[in-house]
Design a binder for this molecule. Structure first.
Ligand SMILES: Nc1ncnc2c1ncn2[C@@H]1O[C@H](COP(=O)(O)OS(=O)(=O)O)[C@@H](OP(=O)(O)O)[C@H]1O
Ligand SMILES: [Mg+2]
Ligand SMILES: [Mg+2]
Ligand SMILES: [Mg+2]
Length: 447
């Protein structure tokens, strides 16, 4: 295990009683070794520290008796890195909505899907920060974007916007207990950081999986999107972090944010730190707990009052259950899921949400079912699911393909062998019913 480089937590922040542990509240996971030591407070790990923390995760699984690690250091870094990345996205989304030239433009990839300064900017930022945190390890990252457009001769202006966004964001990293580069990254460094994320995954070893902006379409429309970071070890997702910058801690606050965005073109954006309109969720495999903290503009502003454990809904009656699905019909068949909903007795209107915020909605009980049935021939990518799957599972839910098998993250960048579609549910009963309904109607579907 290499050393984790986090800048030291300021003693004044500690004195003000900031987070007692990396969840921002007292933990049920007590450190198992060394016996007398306190859990590593977020930000208290010193530069170059190389202690392999072991946690006794009484919720079961990793960390306890079996001696497996619970990835506390990786989780610390990942949550902070995602918080930093969220700030970059918020800025770019604000400038997009204000039609600011420069960082505010949307580009099209070869498959015609959208890509923005935020997609490249987050990928470069996360790549740089993870490499800096785990400097002694050969950090391996699988991520969605490549550097081709930015490296091309007509990508110069775009690259400049990405470099500015990355430097503008990295300079704030110390507020999150992370280091910034000694001097601004140059275009070459940014391209290199993006290129570094070209691992191809597989069944052995450890690699990070990143979707820098999931739901880019939602992002450019001023709607929901997510920053999704997961760690995979020997083919299994061991931790996941989902940054959801427009998904507030409470569902009821959503309307407020929507009104805000409608007004965006007329009013100035809020000053940073003036309000929390998003959240970050995280979980590690086997702990039986998942957590949510508000998006912050300074990690020192977190305290245990506003971080909380999340759990899936306890609703198991289809009449009261809500399912969510992609907004775009092209990404998942709305007619097929409408038929399934009817046959299992779901009455509520589907919640159509961009991005892995759908996984977030299930994990914290805002909805009970997520279904995705892509057109035949489309291959799901691991970065679109890894973080969400582990968070739902640890929050008490079930995620499988439509054949009831776990998603297989061990076979490269695609979820190879996926049977028909993806079903995530808050509980086993609803899950069984949906699987049964899929079997009953699949042959008569056009999928
Ligand atoms: N044709 C097709 N079929 C199925 N899935 C596709 C397809 N094209 C793209 N994608 C992937 O869908 C990701 C966005 O998924 P969403 O669930 O957010 O869809 S939607 O935007 O709400 O319609 C989206 O992730 P991002 O590219 O990160 O936005 C894609 O990886
Ligand atoms: Mg995606
Ligand atoms: Mg993406
Ligand atoms: Mg994309």
């Amino acid at each position: 295990m290499g050393s984790l480089r986090l800048s030291a937590w300021s003693s004044s922040a500690a004195a003000r009683g900031f987070p007692p542990d990396w969840r921002g509240r007292p933990s049920r996971c007590a450190p198992s070794s060394p016996a007398s030591a306190a859990p590593p407070a977020l930000g208290r790990l010193q530069m170059g520290t190389d202690r392999a923390w072991q946690w006794d995760c009484r919720g079961g699984g990793l960390g306890g008796g079996g001696g497996r690690r619970d990835y506390a250091k990786e989780m610390e870094a990942a949550v902070r890195v995602v918080q930093v990345a969220c700030t970059l996205c918020q800025r770019v989304q604000d400038s997009l909505l204000l039609a600011d030239a420069g960082s505010g433009s949307v580009h099209s990839k070869l498959d015609r899907s959208p890509v923005t300064v935020a997609d490249w900017g987050v990928q470069a930022t996360v790549s740089w920060l993870l490499s800096d945190c785990f400097r002694d390890e050969n950090v391996s990252i699988v991520a969605e974007e490549d550097d081709k457009t930015l490296s091309s001769s007509d990508g110069t202006a775009l690259l400049e916007s990405v470099v500015a966004a990355v430097n503008g964001c990295l300079v704030e990293a110390p507020k999150y207990g992370l280091r910034s580069p000694e001097k601004n990254l140059r275009a070459h460094d940014v391209l290199q950081a993006i290129r570094k994320c070209s691992s191809t995954g597989g069944p052995k070893g450890r690699f990070w999986v990143l979707d820098p902006v999931d739901g880019t379409l939602g992002f450019v429309r001023g709607d929901q999107y997510a920053i999704a970071l997961a760690l995979i070890e020997d083919g299994e997702v061991v931790l996941g972090v989902l940054g959801c910058p427009n998904y507030p801690m409470k569902k009821e606050w959503l309307n407020y944010h929507q009104r805000y965005y409608r007004l965006m073109s007329k009013v100035a954006p809020p000053t940073s730190g003036s309000w929390n309109k998003g959240c970050v969720m995280y979980a590690h495999k086997g702990c039986g707990q998942a957590w949510m903290q508000p998006l912050v503009h300074d990690f020192g502003m977190l305290n245990w009052h506003n971080s909380r454990e999340i759990q899936v809904s306890s609703v198991s009656d289809p009449v009261s259950a809500t399912f969510c699905e992609p907004v775009e019909k092209a990404n998942s068949s709305h007619s097929f899921t409408a038929g399934l909903a009817h046959s299992v007795g779901l009455r509520n209107r589907p919640l159509r949400v961009y991005s892995m915020v759908k996984y977030a909605a299930i994990a914290r009980g805002d909805a009970e079912i997520f279904m995705k049935f892509a057109r035949s021939g489309y291959k799901e990518k691991i970065w679109d699911h890894a973080a969400g799957v582990v968070i739902i599972q640890e929050a008490g839910g079930v995620v499988t393909d439509a054949g009831g098998r776990p998603l297989d993250f061990s076979r490269g960048v695609y979820l190879e062998g996926l049977d028909r579609g993806i079903i995530a549910c808050s509980g086993a009963l609803l899950h069984r019913r949906i699987l049964g309904a899929v079997d009953a109607s699949w042959n008569s579907s056009t999928l």
